[in-house]
Design a protein around this ligand. Structure first.
Ligand SMILES: [Cu+2]
Length: 511
C-alpha cells in the first residue's frame, strides 16, 4: 500500500477508494523489527516517567531541556516531527498504540543524544498532567532562548484550557469508561463504517493541541517540545485505564466493537487490531521499525520498558460480575465466530445498533445551538431501563456522532462543540459540571491531500445517563441532544448550517 493510501485508510476519512485493498494489504506486517543495539541505560529499565510537577522529575526536566537543545541543533528534531506528519494515526483505535511506540523511540533518541554529548542517559520522558495543574502551559515552557519554548503558540502564558476537556473531573470520568473503543477509539475507517475517536483523544488530547495552536495545532506538532510532555500524559492516562480495567484489553476487535465484521462483511480477527502493523518509528540510528499493537499493551515489556510514577486508580463505579439477566436474550452470539489461538473472540455478547437515530430539529443561529432528537429503539429502551435499575449493569451505551464536517483550518482552531442532553436552559456559560453535559470536541485535523473532510466521535452515555437520572431527568424513549458551538475567539460564528450533515448512531454492547 502506498503511504498516502494507507494514511487515507487509517485516518477515518473517505473509505471507498481503499476498501478494495483491505483483504490483502491490511494484513501486511514486517517481520524485520528487531531490537536495536543499546540494551542498557544508566537509569536502568523500566524507566519511570514522572509528573513535571513532582520534585522527583527535576533531573529529567533538566535532561529533557538539554536533549531538546541538542536535537534541535541536529536534523533529528525535524526528522522526528516529520515521522508524525507522515505516519501518525488519529481518529481510531490505533491512535493510542501508535503514539505509545512513537514516544518510546523518542525517549531513546533523547537518551542517545545525551549520551553522545557526555551527559547521563538516565532519562525518562516526564509527563505534563494538565488535569492536576492550573491548566495553563507550564512556566518551564516559556522564555526566549529556552529550548522548551515555541514562538508559534497562539495561547498565552495566562490562558487556560477548557475545564470541560482537560479538568480532573473529565479525566476521572474518561477513566471510568468501560470499553476500550469508547475510551481509546473504534475501528479505522476501512474496517468499519462506525469507528470514531475515543474520548481520551477527542476531549483532552485534541483540546490541548487545538488550544495551544501554532506548531501544536497541526501534524508537525512534535516541533513544539510540549508535544512530548502532553502525549506522555495521554499515554499515562491510557496506562492508568489499563490498570483499572485489566479485563478489557481488546485482544480482538470482536471483543469490543460491532458485529465482528468489517465493512465488507469480512470477519475481523486479531490482525485487525492486536497484530496490526504500525509503521514509521525510527531507532537511534534512524533505522525504520514496524511494531504490532500487542507489543505495546504492557509498557514494562516493551522494547525499551517504562512505567509511570503514579498509576493509582480513582474510585470506580461498583461493577458486579453477575451475568446479565436471562430475560434479555443476546442479540448476537459470536460464539466460535473466530478461529485462532489465544486471542480468540469472547463468546456471548450483545450488540445492538441503531443508525440514523437522530434528526436535527433545530439550528438556532442566535443561541449557537444545534438540537437533535435522539430516539431509542424499543430494544434499546429495554436496556436503558435496566441501566437505571441494576447495580450490576454490564453494558455500554454509546452515541456515535458521524459526518461532522471539518471546517477550514482557521475555523477548526477556534471552534469547539459541546454536547449536552435535555438541558432546559442551555447557555454558552453552561459548563461540564452541569449534569446534562455529555462531552466536548475540538478539531485536530490538518488540511493535506487525503485528510479526512469529516470526523466522527464516540460518546459514552453510561455516566451521563446515570447523572441525568440522579438529577431527576430519567430517559425512557428519547433524548434531546444539544450541540453548543463555541468560538474560542468569541468572534462571529459561521452559519451553523455547515454542521447540518451530522448523523447519529446508538450502540449498546454487553460482553
Ligand atoms: Cu497528539
Amino acid at each position: 500500500m502506498r503511504r498516502s493510501d494507507r494514511r487515507a485508510f487509517l485516518s477515518g476519512g473517505v473509505t471507498l477508494g481503499v476498501l478494495g485493498l483491505l483483504g490483502c494489504k491490511l494484513l501486511e506486517s514486517d517481520p524485520s523489527a528487531t531490537k536495536d543495539t543499546v540494551d542498557t541505560v544508566a537509569g536502568g529499565y523500566p524507566a519511570v516517567r514522572k509528573s513535571i510537577i513532582s520534585a522527583a522529575a527535576a533531573d529529567d526536566l533538566r535532561l529533557y531541556k538539554k536533549a531538546v537543545a541538542l536535537l534541535k541543533d541536529s536534523k533529528v528534531w525535524m526528522a522526528q516531527a516529520t515521522i508524525h506528519n507522515n505516519f501518525c494515526i488519529h481518529g481510531n483505535w490505533f491512535f493510542l498504540p501508535w503514539h505509545r511506540f512513537y514516544l518510546m523511540y523518542f525517549e531513546e533518541v533523547c537518551r542517545n543524544a545525551l549520551r553522545t554529548a557526555g551527559e547521563s542517559d538516565a532519562f525518562s520522558l516526564p509527563y505534563w498532567s494538565w488535569q492536576d495543574t492550573d491548566r495553563r502551559i507550564p512556566d518551564l515552557a516559556w522564555g526566549d532562548g529556552n529550548p522548551l519554548f515555541d514562538n508559534t503558540r497562539s495561547m498565552g502564558a495566562s490562558d487556560t484550557f477548557a475545564d470541560a476537556a482537560c479538568g480532573s473531573g473529565t479525566i476521572a470520568g474518561i477513566l471510568q469508561i468501560k470499553n476500550f473503543i469508547d475510551f481509546g477509539g473504534g475501528r479505522a475507517s476501512a474496517q468499519s463504517p462506525w469507528g470514531g475517536s475515543g474520548q481520551l483523544e477527542s476531549m483532552p488530547h485534541n483540546a490541548v493541541h487545538n488550544s495551544i495552536g501554532g506548531d501544536m495545532g497541526h501534524f508537525m506538532s512534535p516541533l513544539d517540545p510540549l508535544f512530548w510532555l502532553h502525549h506522555a500524559n495521554v499515554d499515562r492516562i491510557w496506562a492508568q485505564w489499563q490498570a483499572q480495567h485489566p479485563d478489557v484489553i481488546p485482544s480482538n476487535p470482536n471483543a469490543q466493537d460491532g458485529d465482528g465484521k468489517d465493512a465488507n462483511g469480512v470477519v475481523l480477527d486479531a490482525k485487525f487490531w492486536l497484530e496490526f502493523a504500525l509503521y514509521g518509528f525510527e531507532d537511534i540510528k534512524g533505522v525504520r521499525f514496524t511494531q504490532t499493537v500487542k507489543d505495546c499493551l504492557d509498557t514494562t515489556k516493551m522494547l525499551k520498558p517504562y512505567t509511570y510514577d503514579v498509576l493509582v486508580p480513582t474510585a470506580l463505579t461498583p461493577m458486579s460480575t453477575v451475568p446479565p439477566a436471562a430475560m434479555l436474550p443476546p442479540k448476537l452470539a459470536l460464539q466460535g465466530a473466530l478461529s485462532g489461538g489465544e486471542h480468540a473472540a469472547p463468546v456471548d455478547r450483545i450488540f445492538v445498533q441503531s443508525k440514523n437515530v437522530g434528526l436535527i430539529i433545530k439550528i438556532d443561529q442566535a443561541s449557537k445551538i444545534i438540537s437533535a432528537n435522539i430516539v431509542f429503539s424499543p430494544e434499546l429502551q429495554t436496556y436503558l431501563a435496566r441501566l437505571s435499575s441494576s447495580p450490576s449493569f454490564m453494558g455500554s451505551f454509546t452515541l456515535i456522532v458521524e459526518h461532522i464536517p471539518v471546517p477550514t483550518d482557521e475555523l477548526a482552531h477556534r471552534i469547539t462543540l459541546d454536547f449536552y442532553a435535555n438541558h432546559p436552559d442551555l447557555t454558552p456559560e453552561t459548563d461540564a459540571s452541569d449534569p446534562h453535559f455529555l462531552s466536548c470536541y475540538s478539531f485536530f485535523v490538518h488540511q493535506h491531500p487525503g485528510a479526512p473532510s469529516e470526523v466522527s466521535l464516540r460518546i459514552s452515555l453510561n455516566q451521563p445517563l446515570l447523572k441525568m437520572r440522579a438529577a431527576g431527568g430519567e430517559l425512557r424513549t428519547a433524548m434531546l441532544l444539544q450541540v453548543l458551538v463555541k468560538d474560542r475567539l468569541l468572534q462571529t460564528l459561521p452559519n451553523l448550517d455547515f454542521f447540518s450533515s451530522m448523523r447519529f448512531r446508538l450502540q449498546y454492547t454487553e460482553s
